[in-house]
Write a protein that binds this ligand. Sequence first.
Ligand SMILES: Cc1ncc(COP(=O)(O)O)c(C=O)c1O
Ligand SMILES: N[C@@H](CCCC[NH3+])C(=O)O
Length: 408
Amino acid sequence: MSNFDNNPVVQGIDLIALAAQFGTPLYVYDGSVIRRQVQTLRDVFSGTDLRIKFACKANTNLAILRLMRELGVGLDVVSLQEFKLAEMAGFTAGEVTYTPSGADFAEIAEAIEAGLTLNADSIPLLRWFGERFGSSKPCMIRLKPNVAAGGNAKIMTAHAESKFGISVLLMDEILEVVRQYDIKITGLHQHTGSDIKDAEPFLQVAEVVFNAAANFPDLEVIDLGGGFKVSYRPDDAVTDMQLLGRKISDRFNEFCQSYGRKLNLWVEPGKFLVSECGTLLVKTTVVKEDPAKTFAHVDSGLNHLIRPMMYGSYHHILNLSNPAGDLKLYNVVGYICETDNFAEDRMLNEIRPGDVLAFKNAGAYGFSMSSNYNSRFRPAEVLIDGGVARLVRRRETLEDLVATQTGF
Ligand SMILES: Cc1ncc(COP(=O)(O)O)c(C=O)c1O
Ligand SMILES: N[C@@H](CCCC[NH3+])C(=O)O
């Protein structure tokens, strides 16, 4: 189904029946959408030696990771724990890159010993790597190209004041450390941000990385990060992937010629691969007619899908239980003791207590950013693939909430 149709059926499976079977709140993932998105990336970059590294912080459910592996997609992890999950899903260290952000060096040492290639994000880390490993292990560098792009300020990661990466303005210092310790730099990386619509910023940062590449003779990889925009609203403009793929591929191939060798092109999308596959199903608990607003409370909140509250993000909402109901204006709000508005002044088919609502585009940074705030359980998760719905995470219990507490 299109992400915005009021059609409650995914691969022949009725979502209202699924909500009744597994309860709400429930994350539901459509595997066919992931397959489609992977194929699109391969098609648009077919002129290059492309490797896709799924930024798995977007969704670390083991079934999703396994599906990625089945599809030949590698991973980008940001923590040792994400790598441990990757291993459980069948990945080997060689299929995974490691892009920590200001992580403890003890964790980084463990990750390197486990076989991961480090993507170094600071000069102190690069120096530490040099002192400890010299040229005995490969190393990548995360550059900060000083380009501002992304859907909102909180998800822009490459502007001059961003904490991420090593500024390209520090190239002399980078080179001094690399030479001092004879570090073998096998890859240059940058990640501009998330929700980037236009091809222009992608091309702009690619130029910065290509220019920097001339300083590093041992490169095998150029990693241009993720950030491709998908449609969150019915009328959203999205990244023109055909155009982007063609422009980046052409420029990358030219660069390889001038570099003197064919390199691998890596991209590491999160949202592009999994945002549209996911729907969060919730149940309406109370409809409150207030003189100012009509509030539809649901059995979920910022503890399950924090994007609207954290970034002001739009998630399309459908009333699956009453698709032909009269249109009315609602504030759709959570059950958490915070102002956890999912939507304000949203026109929706009449909502009645018990109605199942669907929050679309919830596959990326949904469950993976969830919490137990207010001591609420996190949602269960279901993956629909090959026409079969499979529970891939059970609902939590009180035992899960207290499992790590001691001494009480
Ligand atoms: C290093 C890195 N790569 C890739 C991504 C994926 O971004 P997106 O989900 O927008 O594709 C992120 C997320 O911010 C990131 O930090
Ligand atoms: N979590 C962000 C994307 C990644 C930002 C962190 N680098 C979002 O939901 O839009």
